[in-house]
Design a protein around this ligand. Structure first.
Ligand code: CA
Length: 728
């Protein structure tokens, strides 16, 4: 599918505001109305967080100062006012509406009485934790027509605070320092090397020792991955670490790139190389290393990416660099010459644990590959590699060499026909935050199980998104004669013993979402498209409470103590598969013991009915429309006309009745203010006619289906789409 000229249909926030409502959060009547945090010493009044506070965040359990709670990214809080004995009294305290229909993946911070959180596009809010009042909101004004540059939405996962500033990176790669008191921009800098390339930035920024760290996504669109370190005071670039080598003729940036280039062949730089750094970044103050999770190659097919072979460093690796200088220190490559989109960018959690009779300072990752990796955080030595979901691409790791034993049957590059791989490209773990409790000794992994059929297609590299291969839902495209791989997908919360490297127990059939574990022996878990947050006994997984979030809940959950009371908070919002193009009720939700606030009743969204004109086109025209739709429309409106997120379901549009009306939008740009820019440069009137007739045919198929949403479009099941929205 070529989407090189794709422009995105994005609803402007003005329109979305009309859907989201505008009432401010309902505040419990008995909360005091103070707002500003108390002035302390000589520092700034707001976000007075220096390096000592960040290093010692564990000694201030009432705060949530960094994305992962502390630098260790354990997402564990020792707070225990809310516990297994009284959690039945936990209730909603207040909430704040977010005026967008885009999906929310952010983790809020709580700093001295103020909650700071990002939302989609990299917008930022500061909320008074006493009153629920919005103190300020920042909008980076990202151009909406670049929404299609990310596979999976315009979300942002989080901000960082440091010495009076709040840092965020917008979707288009611009990093901002905001005055924590009023949201004023202190500086702005572009972290993307070439804004014409399809880089995007959705990750949470991290800050340490006066440097702000951020990566980016885009390997699927032929970019070259890297992480930038920006001066927190000036916005100046301090260092940049590339994850794959560039063109040797232009000179290598450092010895690490020279070493990595030995593992590549051909003209890999022409296709970017890949190695996105879209999520996992961990700063470890004990080692002063920045651990970088590195994504898949560009394109996926290694025969195309690096003809002649090679491991292709540092794809699918965890790389440690000196946080001061960006100099390479060590790496562990999870999968050499990887071909399945198993990014190694998932959360990297640091802990001190006794392993094989010795206290070790370790880094843990539950990766997209389905494997749990435990590394020595000083050296990168592989200590454990065990799968936490069923996988078929490897039979395990050779612990002496640290390399996986690849199963050739799962390598589409080794097969004539397609082959089934497990997990599928949605992966076993995406951005959903895991947590580790030093008290239970368990790691809580939001795990996904899936499979997919892949086929070698080395010639398939002409377009932006063409990966040198093809993939299909295997129940539609390929048979599994031995019936060994379950079709479809499911999600489980796996409670994992990190030392024994095995599952202790699991919570079955919960949609995937972020987690938090507390000293009250409580595991909090967002349940994704189920639109709930569950609270479970952290020891055994027994469900203790369940909250209706009225919207997809996939982001991280935090806890903090404010004026003597423990609170739980999370941001919800995202597409629901109960109603495409429906309001998503994106909100910050805040809970406490005895909370009695009630969300307004959710207005059930009614889809516009299917009412297409009579089908008159022949199969050839419809097929032509299918191809054009795939190239031009599917990136936003999804395959088969099935809308996802806030993009309308085109099978239901009344414009299907009028060639003139359809062209008015598609060619003349009548809805360009909402983000649906003109496609006149790409499409002729004959083309739009073919697309319209293809959509009419799709509408007839859906109308005659027993499912209210129509059948799965050709080769993608709705549950696969659901998972894909979780992942870059
Ligand atoms: Ca990827």
């Amino acid at each position: 599918m070529s989407i090189s000229r794709m422009t995105a249909l994005v609803l402007a926030s003005a329109l979305l505001a009309a859907c989201g409502g505008s009432e401010e959060g309902n505040t419990a009547a008995n909360t005091p109305s103070t707002s500003a945090p108390a002035e302390t010493g000589n520092g700034p009044v707001f976000a007075n967080v220096d390096q000592a506070r960040l290093n010692n965040a564990a000694s201030e359990p009432g705060q949530w100062l960094t994305f992962g709670g502390t630098y260790s990214e354990q997402r564990f809080s020792p707070l225990d006012q809310i516990n297994t004995e009284n959690v039945d009294q936990l209730g909603l305290a207040w909430w704040v509406n977010i005026d967008t229909n885009q999906s929310q993946q952010t983790t809020p911070l709580y700093v001295d009485g103020v909650l700071y959180f990002s939302e989609s596009w990299g917008q930022v809010n500061a909320i008074d934790a006493s009153t629920g009042e919005r103190l300020w909101r920042f909008d980076p004004q990202v151009a909406g027509d670049i929404a299609g540059r990310a596979c999976c939405g315009v979300q942002n996962r989080g901000v960082a605070v440091y010495e009076g500033s709040v840092f965020v990176t917008a979707y288009d790669g611009r990093m901002f320092a905001l005055d924590a008191q009023n949201g004023d921009v202190q500086w702005e800098t572009q972290t993307i090397t070439d804004p014409e390339l399809w880089y995007t930035s959705t990750g949470a920024v991290r800050v340490a020792n006066g440097k702000v760290f951020i990566g980016n996504g885009g390997a699927e669109f032929r970019t070259r991955g890297y992480v930038s370190a920006i001066d927190a005071k000036t916005g100046e670039l301090l260092w940049r670490f590339y994850t794959v080598p560039g063109n040797p003729e232009l000179g290598f940036e450092n010895d690490a790139m020279r070493m990595a280039a030995e593992t590549w062949n051909g003209n890999w730089w022409d296709l970017g190389g890949g190695g996105s750094t879209w999520d996992g970044l961990t700063y470890d103050p004990e080692t002063n290393l920045l651990l970088i999770g590195v994504g898949n190659g560009a394109p996926w097919n290694p025969l195309v990416r690096s003809p002649g072979g090679g491991d292709n460093l540092f794809l699918n690796s965890i790389v440690a660099v000196d946080a001061d200088t960006g100099e390479y220190v060590w790496h562990f490559q999870e999968i050499p010459a990887e071909e399945w989109d198993y990014d190694a960018v998932q959360q990297i959690t640091i802990a001190d644990i006794e392993v094989d009779g010795e206290m070790r300072h370790i880094a843990m990752q539950a990766a997209k590959s389905g494997y749990y990796y435990m590394l020595d955080a000083y050296t990168g030595e592989l200590l454990r590699a065990n799968n936490f979901v069923p996988v078929n691409w490897t039979s395990g790791y050779d612990m002496a060499t640290g390399k996986p034993i690849i199963n050739e049957a799962a390598q589409y590059t080794m097969q004539e026909a397609g082959t089934i791989i497990q997990p599928g490209p949605a992966g076993a773990h995406g951005q959903a935050t895991m947590s580790y409790s030093p008290e239970t000794g368990l790691l809580y992994i939001p795990a996904m199980e899936s499979s997919m059929a892949f086929a070698n297609a080395p010639e398939n590299i002409d377009g932006r998104f063409n990966l040198g291969m093809e993939y299909f839902g295997h129940d539609y495209a390929y048979d599994d004669p031995e019936n060994t791989i379950e079709q479809g997908s499911r999600s489980r919360l796996v409670a994992w013993d990190p030392v024994a490297a095995r599952e202790q127990w699991a919570i079955e059939d919960v949609a995937v979402g972020g987690t938090l574990v507390t000293g009250g022996n409580l595991l909090f878990k967002n349940n994704g498209q189920n639109q709930t947050m569950g609270v479970y006994d952290a020891t055994n997984g027994n469900e203790l409470a369940l909250f209706d979030t009225q919207s997809a809940a996939v982001a991280g959950i935090i806890t903090y103590e404010h004026e003597g009371e423990q609170y739980i908070a999370h941001v919800v919002g995202g597409p629901s598969f109960q109603g495409y193009y429906a309001p998503t009720y994106a909100r910050l939700l805040v809970y406490k013991l005895g909370g009695t606030a009630q969300l307004p009743e959710k207005v059930e969204f009614t889809q516009r009915p299917f009412a297409p004109p009579e089908e008159t086109a022949d199969a050839e025209l419809i097929a032509q429309g299918d191809a054009l739709y795939g190239e031009n429309c599917a990136m936003c409106h999804d395959v088969g006309g099935l809308a996802r997120s806030s993009f309308p379901d085109l099978r239901r549009t009344p414009l299907l009745h009028s060639a003139e009306g359809f062209n008015n939008v598609v060619l003349d740009g009548a809805l360009s203010e909402r983000g649906m820019t003109s496609f006149a440069a790409n499409l002729s009137e004959d083309d739009t006619s073919a697309i319209r007739h293809y959509l009419i045919a799709q509408a007839h198929i859906a109308m005659n289906s027993p499912s209210p949403f129509g059948p799965p479009p050709e080769d993608v099941a709705p549950e696969d789409l659901e998972e894909v929205t979780q992942d870059n």
